[in-house]
Design a protein around this ligand. Structure first.
Ligand code: NAI
Length: 334
């Protein structure tokens, strides 16, 4: 079989080649998207990371394609409907970095709570040891609202408990046994927004969660709360967030993910080759506003990025490929 890996780093190459000595392996550093669609590529399997966008147009470049292996937990960058139409199986990596992402979310929470970024930046930039404006707040005794209590959300709950925080959660599929054991309570989304000092998002981006936080409910946050999003940018409406930060409804936000993440990484390409809609341009503008707000921290979709997590991702992706080839596909996106 011909297997093509996109978004590949050098260290992964040897691991991939030695795992599949019988097959034709192609390793590509670049991402796969509408701008890089191959012509009649005979690959049977492709594997992509979140920087790729597997659209119907992309799929059309692979007439023999049978399996798309997402080397990630999220798979909203893959057009599953278009795959289903052609009978292409999509596999993903559940649970490679539950602690990895939750630890990162708490890194962001601590940065917001204790103003770590301006504190470090002040000394680096000005050599000033002044503490002016750097007073933060304790996490112990504060309430954290966890949206989505799946694998990552549960790890976030455990860490929050370690800090002595009170935990409330929202999930349309609550896990009563976990709630009892962890001593947390489930609330409605509005109740959670109204009672949490810090809200951390850990649900997937699906049609039901697109703009879950939006201009109609952002006013329900407890005034002066903080929002942390390490899930997907599209869960939070960018303009509503910028307005809430400007007006003081939210005191700060930390975002590892943005709504138009691909576009903001390559704005020139987006403007030159895309056909940006007014809506997309508005989001892009909103993201620029966020980037320049002093109370907003943005990281480049980096929560997954620990060596241990990456090795787990690769190993699970290998198993996904091997089991698919053996006729017993696992970790299939339904
Ligand atoms: P999971 O599938 O274990 O948990 C998701 C939880 O969200 C489930 O409990 C589900 O019931 C809940 N949920 C579903 N619909 C909801 C809604 N409308 N409102 C609130 N909760 C809802 O997923 P996991 O592994 O915990 O990952 C969560 C998300 O984190 C992924 O979908 C992915 O987008 C994101 N992620 C981000 C990474 C990063 O590097 N920034 C890395 C890995 C994952």
């Amino acid at each position: 079989m011909k297997i093509t890996f996109y978004d590949c780093e050098g260290w992964e190459g040897e691991m991939i080649k030695s795992r599949f000595p019988e097959h034709e392996i192609i390793l590509k550093k670049e991402a796969l998207n509408d701008e890089s669609v191959p012509v009649d590529d005979p690959s049977d399997i492709i594997s992509v990371f979140v920087s790729s966008k597997v659209t119907e147009k992309v799929l059309n470049g692979f007439p023999n394609l049978k399996l798309v292996v997402a080397r990630s937990t999220g798979y909203d960058h893959i057009d599953r409907e278009a795959c289903a139409k052609r009978g292409i199986v999509v596999s993903y990596v559940p649970g490679y970095g539950d602690n990895t992402v939750a630890e990162f979310a708490f890194g962001l929470i601590l940065m917001l709570a204790r103003k770590l970024y301006p504190a470090v930046d002040r000394i680096k930039e000005t050599s000033s040891f002044s503490q002016e404006g750097l007073r933060g707040f304790d996490l112990k005794g504060k309430t954290i609202g966890i949206i989505g209590t799946g694998r990552i959300g549960k790890e976030a709950v455990r860490i929050a408990k370690g800090f002595g925080m009170k935990v409330v959660a929202f999930d349309p599929y609550p896990d009563a046994a976990f709630a009892a054991a962890a001593e947390i309570s489930y609330l409605s989304l509005d109740e959670l927004l109204g009672s949490a000092d810090v809200v951390s998002i850990h649900c997937p981006l699906i049609p039901e969660t697109k703009h879950l936080i939006n201009s109609s409910n952002i006013g329900k946050f407890k005034r002066g709360a903080y929002l942390v999003n390490t899930a997907r940018g599209g869960i939070v409406e960018t303009q509503a967030l910028a307005e809430a930060l400007r007006s003081g409804i939210l005191a700060g936000a930390a975002l590892d993910v943005l709504e138009e993440e691909g576009e903001i990484k390559d704005e020139l390409g987006f403007l030159a080759h895309g056909h940006p809609s007014a809506e997309e341009l508005k989001v892009l503008l909103g993201e620029h506003v966020l980037m320049h707000m002093p109370n907003v921290l943005i990281t480049p979709h980096n929560a997954f990025n620990s060596q241990e997590a990456l090795e787990r991702i690769l190993n699970t992706s290998f198993e996904n490929i091997e089991k698919f080839m053996a006729g017993a596909a696992v970790n299939v996106v339904e």
